[in-house]
Design a protein around this ligand. Structure first.
Ligand SMILES: Cc1ncc(COP(=O)(O)O)c(C=O)c1O
Length: 364
């Protein structure tokens, strides 16, 4: 037995690159935080009221099954509550799925610019991440299928993807599923589904319902404006829900989060308002940034990936510093291997117009 001078994590844990969250900007100064795809709309007043009311009962453990919340989600989408498992953010669900289905010797595939929580979840389970190259910042079904081996256990696909904002039409998602062996779990991460306005898009509900190896994850952090509460949900086949319910913490969702999430689900007028805002300003931002001579990857989410020129004075890092100095906090993309790009969330009218004005000054 090897003697160590201090406790050692499992092999591979120290190879994980920690997730780099969006910056918050200097305290006190007026800043527009456009770095984490949060909602400029805040949360529904009904959700905030339910959250505050839950503050009167903080001494009680929450309902470990989050029944109120799961029934609110089930009735909104016409699903069976037994097939829904909630998590402390969809991040927790992605981690739970990886920990339950992956181990040393296994492989899990994600696409080149896929959400960076996937390699973290895969590596922390002891499995090997396999990266499938993208074409024009879009997941490539053939490239994913070409990487499936006898060791593949999972495929993670964010649709639409963060940070690129691009999406795969549902016919492509079906083709991906059809090409996977039955024992491979396809995780469809639909964190931005509510924002998508395309006839050929589906988040994955039907595919989950009609197959036995697909899970769809969703979040309350984006359109519902509840990122601080950490709340997400997964729609799963019964056998996957059973597995997740065995591995999750018994009280993984807090009482205030259950109350606020259920109220938020019931307030679909609020969601409609946030979608309408995004429709207008996503288009506007994409058009105006393109007019400045920047390349904008076409997005269906609540953010845009903006590519800057290579020269030192006008590159992405210089733009980021300039924006930050003027109160606009956006996201550098170095961790994704996109040093020439910044990701910018759709903000309030004031934030969007201010940001474009600021970049106009920067580019000239
Ligand atoms: C594609 C994608 N999936 C999942 C998440 C995680 O969201 P949360 O853990 O807040 O539910 C995010 C957040 O940025 C995301 O962009």
């Amino acid at each position: 037995m090897t003697l160590h001078s201090r406790p050692q994590p499992r092999p591979g844990i120290l190879d994980i690159s920690p997730y780099v969250p969006g910056k918050s900007g200097p305290k006190g100064a007026k800043i527009h935080k456009l770095s984490s795809n949060e909602s400029p709309f805040g949360a529904s007043a009904m959700a905030v009221a339910a959250y505050k009311a839950a503050g009167d009962r903080l001494e009680l453990y929450p309902d470990g099954s989050a029944t109120l919340l799961r029934s609110a989600i089930a009735s909104r989408y016409g699903l069976m509550a037994e097939n829904i498992v909630c998590g402390a953010g969809s991040d927790e669900l992605l981690q739970m799925l990886a920990h339950a289905y992956l181990g040393p010797g296994d492989e899990a595939i994600y696409s080149q610019y896929g959400f960076l929580v996937y390699p973290i979840a895969i590596q922390s389970s002891g499995a090997t991440p396999v990266v499938a190259p993208e074409t024009d910042y879009l997941a490539d079904v053939d490239a994913i299928l070409a990487r499936v081996t006898g060791k593949t256990r999972m495929v993670f696909l964010a649709n639409p993807n963060n940070p690129t904002g691009r999406y795969l039409p549902f016919s492509e998602v079906r083709r991906l599923h059809a090409g996977l062996p039955a024992g491979v779990l396809l995780v469809l991460d639909a964190a931005y589904a509510e924002y998508v306005r395309r006839n050929d898009y589906e988040a994955g509900i039907e595919l989950v319902a009609t197959t036995s190896n697909v899970v769809m994850t969703r979040t309350f952090s984006k359109i519902y404006g509840l990122a601080a509460l950490r709340l997400g949900w997964a729609y799963c086949p019964a056998h996957v829900a059973d597995v997740l319910n065995r591995v999750r913490g018994p009280f993984n969702i807090s009482g205030p989060a259950i109350a606020a999430g259920a109220a938020a689900m019931a307030d679909q007028d609020f969601v409609e308002g946030a979608i309408a805002h995004n429709d207008v300003w996503l288009d506007w931002l994409s058009t105006e940034l393109t007019r400045l001579g920047l390349e904008v990857t076409p997005s269906v989410g609540n953010f845009v990936l903006v590519h800057f020129p290579a020269d030192e004075a006008r590159n992405a890092h210089a733009a980021d510093s300039y924006l930050q100095a003027h109160g606009f906090v956006v996201r550098r993309m170095d961790a994704y291997g996109l040093r020439g790009a910044l990701r910018i969330s759709v903000g309030s009218q004031e934030a969007n117009q201010g940001l474009v004005g600021c970049l106009k000054a920067f580019m000239s």
